[in-house]
Design a protein around this ligand. Structure first.
Ligand code: XMP
Length: 513
């Protein structure tokens, strides 16, 4: 399968480049800058990402360009462009002030393949401290903005381009067109990577890989594990056994509803209600880490006990997706996120790991789910943490507190699913993740009717994000917040105050614990 390689020099937007390329129905891999796959016959082009470094930083990431130049078309973005200029004999200097924000292409070479279809004055997004003041010999400028004369360049007679701006970000209005020009026209992508082709090839591969073996999969109710299950079910039918553990801290009615959805999809699911065990083990525990540990340990215990009953299982399937596996670099060059390990697999069962979604971004998982005919309710579901509402209740956990939070959360999420925004879209679908948090260690005074109350506040959280690594608090409509607040206080006993969390990540996290 044809692929574009994106070499990651540590920019925050590298993943975004990957997603833009995938939107062009083209497969791509994001690799650390120094891990170019020398012998991969499927590579059709290379993109060099931006970086937090200046080319003059002693620790700046460097590659041997000679290994790729001339073999593949290359597009350098920001640092990628500066690195090529600098290494090949041009001059890169600190800009008088950091160039940050929107600019417009005051001139560009209209006949250049990279700018095919571009409009005059097209808006681009800049974010750089250095600027290219002289190009290497044999290079020419192909676009300029008012303040950046070498906004884009090409090596004469060579399929090598550099752009100082970031075509991958939304504010570069024709950025996707530029990437299409590169990926499709220059590199020759056949654009054959689609949800339909993914389903066909993956089902065929899974049939081949798994033969007549039995597979176990842990379902969480979330999108990833559900899509993985349906895909596997297509490939091996009832040789897939799914296990769904209810730890008692799921959303209101979620266990029952999700079990029904799964059964509707023809999955063979063993539902285990282990809430009694979890509540007993969590009694009196209020330290967040301690709570997570207990839940993790109990979960493995319950899951393994069920898994052991399936004595002929050979594989354990997981809904791991691509962002879980991309090795992203931080400024020290250390990998800050690598393959998350599977904690506490039933070792003595000697299961092999099967991860059918390991190449997909989240939006692609959703597209595959739709292709598989899964209900929209399951596909658009917000992410939900493994430990569930336990990390959304400050202090110790009791069934009563879970009940209060479930009721408040249900009012909030239901209203979000019903609210239609001015642009016609459902509010829930615009939000990455939302939920209510019970501040059960806090009490405040209120008045209801003629009665003084002394009860807990509930905090509402809603964030926008693309990968949960960073997140912004969502600007929810005031009329929506007003309605939800009134409904919660009027209908949920034990709550007399509603607050909205306006913290971004970083420095806050999405979950409160
Ligand atoms: P934070 O709170 O770290 O969360 O900003 C980032 C994303 O991860 C989810 N999350 C978890 N998911 N087990 C999970 O499966 C966990 O222990 C866990 N903790 C946080 C969180 O909901 C958000 O989507």
């Amino acid at each position: 399968m044809q692929k574009i390689i994106i070499l990651d020099f540590g920019s925050q937007t590298t993943q975004l480049i990957g997603r833009r390329v995938r939107e062009l129905d083209t497969f791509c891999e994001i690799l650390p800058y120094n891990k170019f796959p020398q012998d991969d016959p499927d590579v059709i082009g290379v993109i060099l990402s931006g970086s937090p470094f200046s080319v003059y930083d002693p620790e700046a990431f460097k590659i041997d360009l000679a290994q790729i130049r001339g073999r593949y078309p290359i597009l350098g973005i920001c640092y990628g462009a500066q690195f090529m200029s600098h290494t090949l004999g041009g001059r890169v200097e600190p800009a008088p002030s950091r160039e940050y924000g929107r600019q417009h292409l005051v001139s560009f070479e209209a006949e250049n393949p990279l700018f095919k279809g571009f409009d005059k004055g097209s808006q681009v997004w800049m974010s750089h401290g250095d600027t290219i003041t002289a190009l290497p010999a044999g290079f020419r400028t192909i676009a300029s903005t008012e303040s950046v004369s070498n906004a884009a360049f090409q090596a004469e007679g060579d399929k090598l381009w550099g752009v100082q701006f970031h075509p991958e970000v939304f504010h570069s209005v024709q950025g996707s067109l530029l990437l299409k020009n590169f990926v499709v026209d220059v590199c020759g992508s056949r654009q054959s990577w689609s949800a339909a082709s993914f389903v066909d090839t993956t089902v065929a591969e899974l049939k081949e890989q798994l033969g007549n073996d039995r597979v176990i999969l842990g379902l969480s109710g979330g999108v990833d594990s559900s899509v993985a299950a349906v895909l596997l079910n297509r490939a091996i039918g009832d040789r897939l056994t799914c296990i769904f553990v209810d730890h008692g801290m799921l959303r209101k009615n979620e266990f029952k509803q999700v079990m029904e959805d799964y059964q509707g999809l023809g999955l063979h699911v063993i539902g285990v209600d282990a809430s009694g065990k979890f509540f007993a083990d969590l009694a009196g525990v209020s330290d967040p880490e301690q709570k997570r540990k207990i839940i993790g340990r109990d979960f493995v215990e319950v899951f393994n006990a069920e898994a052991h009953k399936i004595t002929d299982a050979k594989w354990l399937a997981q809904g791991t997706i691509y962002p879980d596996r991309i090795e992203s670099l931080n400024i020290t060059g250390k990998v800050i996120k690598s393959h998350h390990n599977v904690g506490g697999l039933p070792k003595e069962m000697h299961l092999q790991l099967c991860e059918p979604l390991k190449w997909l971004f989240k939006d692609e998982v959703r597209r595959v789910g739709r292709q598989l005919g899964m209900p929209e309710r399951l596909i658009t579901r917000h992410p939900f943490p493994g430990p569930g509402l336990a990390v959304r209740i400050l202090g110790d956990i009791t069934p009563e507190k879970v009940r209060i939070l479930q009721d408040a959360d249900d009012i909030y999420i239901r209203a979000m699913r019903e609210y239609v925004c001015e642009d016609g879209e459902i509010l829930y679908n615009k939000i990455w993740q939302a939920g209510a948090i019970l501040l059960s260690t806090v009490r405040s005074v209120g008045v209801m009717g003629d009665e003084r109350t002394y009860e807990h506040p509930v905090a509402l959280r809603a964030v926008t994000s693309t990968d949960a690594m960073t997140a912004d608090w969502a600007h929810l409509p005031y009329d929506f917040m007003a309605r939800v607040s009134t409904d919660i206080i009027n209908h949920v006993r034990g709550v007399n105050r509603v607050c909205y969390d306006i913290s971004s990540k970083p420095p806050a996290t999405i979950e409160w614990e």
